[in-house]
Design a protein around this ligand. Structure first.
Ligand SMILES: Nc1ncnc2c1ncn2[C@@H]1O[C@H](COP(=O)(O)OP(=O)(O)O)[C@@H](O)[C@H]1O
Ligand SMILES: [Mg+2]
Length: 262
């Protein structure tokens, strides 16, 4: 079944057309990467899919339901772009992840604590569970935020530039982890990313967005050089980065284990 379906979605902010007639559909358990320049409407697209904002015109459906309706009974995971990770409160890492579960009804505290533990294991941060979140490095905080987004075992996960701006982790391990979530656990994932050089090995589909949707296809069908030229223009220089495994001091996503998601 289609997990996410957008039909002719447009979004205006005042006179500004941020998304222009975008149609996308994504099957259950697929991993879609959304790429495009700054201001292309990537974050807006994610918010539309998640039901955080409503389209000016067009239709959005999650498993056939309007997002607001879907979210009444189902959980989604959402990692916002560049969150203010400098929370200046004496919260522990465990507290920060737990906050994502606080509002979920029908699950006891003990079970929620187990979900927090598992999510932290999956991002390699469990040993820091009792540490003060504010004392962590930027990359460690981002990993904790990712744990927060997956802790509630969502069927749909939205990640807005999860690896940008911080030395998050070895990218290959991180993308392997996401691809495992999608393939083995049937979680539908939409991720905004700039890691153009590495994603096509891991994702199922790629959407190239610059207000309009230029291309949306299976990753193997897309010539990224051509796509980038369309998106960024001929003069745009694309810097891609393939990390060197050897320089990675640890690879926390390697030994992920998702027993709670079976
Ligand atoms: N709430 C808003 N009000 C007005 N303009 C907005 C709002 N949200 C986004 N925009 C504008 O829409 C455009 C697309 O934004 P965004 O979706 O954040 O792009 P991206 O994530 O691709 O960088 C930008 O020009 C941005 O300034
Ligand atoms: Mg954005």
């Amino acid at each position: 079944m289609e997990a996410i379906k957008l039909e002719s979605v447009s979004v205006s902010f005042g006179n500004f057309l941020a998304l222009d007639n975008v149609s996308i559909s994504l099957g259950t358990g697929k991993l879609l990467a959304v790429v495009g320049p700054n201001g292309a409407g990537k974050t807006t697209l994610l918010k539309i899919m998640a039901g955080i904002i409503k389209p000016s015109s067009g239709k959005v459906a999650l498993f056939g339901m309007m997002p607001a309706e879907y979210r009444k009974k189902n959980r989604i995971g959402y990692l916002a772009q560049q969150q203010n990770l400098n929370i200046n409160l004496p919260l522990t890492v465990g507290d920060v992840v737990y906050m994502n579960l606080a509002e979920i009804k029908g699950i006891g505290k003990n079970k929620k604590r187990g979900m927090v533990d598992e999510a932290l294991h999956n991002v390699g941060m469990h040993e820091k569970k009792e540490k003060i979140f504010a004392h962590l490095s930027g990359g460690e905080r981002q990993r904790v935020m990712i744990a927060g987004a997956i802790a509630n075992m969502p069927k749909i996960l939205f990640l807005d530039e999860p690896s940008t701006g911080v030395d998050i982790v070895n990218q290959d391990d991180f993308y392997n982890f996401l691809s495992h979530l999608a393939r083995k656990h049937n979680i539908t994932i939409v991720m905004v990313t700039h890691d153009i050089g590495v994603i096509s090995d891991y994702v199922d589909e790629i959407a190239c967005l610059n207000r309009k949707l230029y291309i949306h296809d299976k990753a193997e069908n897309i010539d990224m050089d051509e796509a980038m030229q369309k998106l960024y223009g001929k003069t745009g220089k694309i810097i891609t980065h393939k990390p060197d495994n050897k320089s990675c001091f640890r690879c926390p996503f390697k030994d992920f284990n998702l027993k709670g998601l079976q």
